[in-house]
Design a protein around this ligand. Structure first.
Ligand SMILES: *Cc1c(COP(=O)(O)O)cnc(C)c1O
Length: 394
């Protein structure tokens, strides 16, 4: 048998740099694989990688770049500031941002070739004024509220909004490139609101066509709809959490069901290991007391780093080969685990969550432990935690 020397394991680079108290390792190869898996699943549509909120905590610019490498034709952000930051970092592809307030940086966005969104006449007015001021045609996506009850134009006002947009098109200040909406319950497969929203969206598209609008892309699907509802794909799917390898909810499935792999691994290095006697209170409030002689290990990450305080007594972490549980309160900068009879040394690794295939918990495990969703676990990882991007080169 030939002996082939292995290339250095990527894991070697994955260790926190010496001195890194805690770090979030971001596997961009996994992200690219997720984008490819999603593109296959929505083969008839284009893919928008949603990179709002610092790419759900993963680092916006490197993640955007990796998503483009894997064929994301569109990027999506919530705020115009996020979109402009992508342009400043050199991104030149199609890019939509949708969360606007009066007086927002419309002109900067139009001049930067960002597609903007309007849910109401005031927004369309500000867009046309900005477009006139800079002598450009603004690319606009009109958003209809098909039932979410959040952003989007009320169906009763849709006719007026589409008519105004058509007038602006005739004037040359606007081109309606998109018509779109957002689901309320796509993560609960079979929820009756899903079919109702699809029907309302089709009605809105038909009304817009009667008004003379002919958009490039019609879109309504977020990650759960992309994964489970092909009839919702239309021309473009807007995938966020699935790009980062998380399932939108356990009801939809686990990441492997869809060929997805979690992108973030959150690691820390033990700051202290010590023996204490039975009956020793641990952390603020003494909500944990050692049941016997034991060893405590100090994980130097706390709620300032995005570890939910609700994880006190429940948050799982892999230390010395086993899952441990946060013993007592999670503090601002640190929490403690009880190693029972086991040993560990200062500097040893604690893995809070990751893909799960090296025995560590996942973000979904944390979500379950604290009563939230995986989205919030990764997105809230704090600004104090360095993101270490691996496999940036495709
Ligand atoms: C965040 C967001 C998405 C992405 O949702 P996921 O469930 O993370 O895929 C899509 N569209 C809009 C309008 C959003 O705000």
């Amino acid at each position: 048998m030939d002996v082939v020397s292995e290339p250095p394991a990527p894991r070697a680079a994955a260790q926190p740099r010496p001195g890194h108290r805690v770090s979030a390792e971001i596997d961009l190869a996994a992200l690219r694989g997720n984008v490819r898996a999603l593109r296959e699943r929505a083969a008839g549509a284009e893919l928008m990688a949603v990179v709002k909120a610092d790419a759900y905590g993963h680092g916006m610019v490197p993640c955007a770049r990796a998503a483009r490498q894997a064929g994301a034709g569109w990027l999506g952000t919530a705020t115009p500031e996020e979109a402009l930051a992508l342009r400043a970092a050199g991104d030149r592809g199609r890019l939509l941002c949708w969360l606007w307030t009066p007086g927002g940086p419309w002109r900067e966005a139009i001049e930067a070739d960002v597609d903007v969104s309007a849910s109401a006449p005031w927004a369309l007015r500000e867009i046309t004024e900005a477009a006139r001021a800079c002598g450009r045609t603004a690319r606009v996506h009109l958003k209809i509220d098909t039932g979410l009850g959040r952003n989007g134009c009320a169906p009763a006002d849709w006719e007026a909004l589409t008519a105004a947009a058509r007038e602006a098109e005739a004037e040359g200040t606007v081109r309606v490139t998109g018509l779109w909406s957002h689901f309320a319950c796509a993560d609960e497969p079979g929820h009756p609101s899903v079919a109702a929203q699809l029907a309302a969206f089709r009605d809105a598209l038909a009304a817009a066509a009667r008004a003379g609008l002919d958009p490039e892309v019609r879109h309504i699907a977020n990650s759960p709809a992309t994964l489970t509802l092909p009839e919702a794909h239309f021309d473009l799917v807007r995938t966020g959490v699935s790009v980062y390898g998380l399932s939108p909810s356990p009801e939809v499935g686990v990441p492997e069901d869809f060929g997805l792999r979690p992108v973030m691994t959150l690691r820390a290095r033990l700051a202290l290991v010590k023996h204490v006697p039975a009956g020793h209170g641990v952390s603020y409030g003494h909500h944990y007391t050692t049941p016997g002689d034991t060893t405590l290990a100090l994980v130097p990450a706390g709620y300032a780093d995005g570890i939910p305080r609700h994880a006190s007594g429940t948050g799982p972490v892999l230390v010395a080969g086993k899952w441990r549980t946060a013993a007592g309160r999670v503090a601002m900068d640190q929490f403690v685990v009880d190693l029972g009879g086991d040993t560990a040394a200062e500097g040893d690794e604690a893995v809070l969550f990751g893909p799960g295939d090296a025995g560590e918990p996942t973000a979904e495990d944390w979500a379950r432990a604290v009563g939230t969703i995986g989205y919030e676990i990764v997105t809230r990882v704090g600004a104090r935690v360095p993101r270490v991007h691996l496999n940036a080169d495709a």
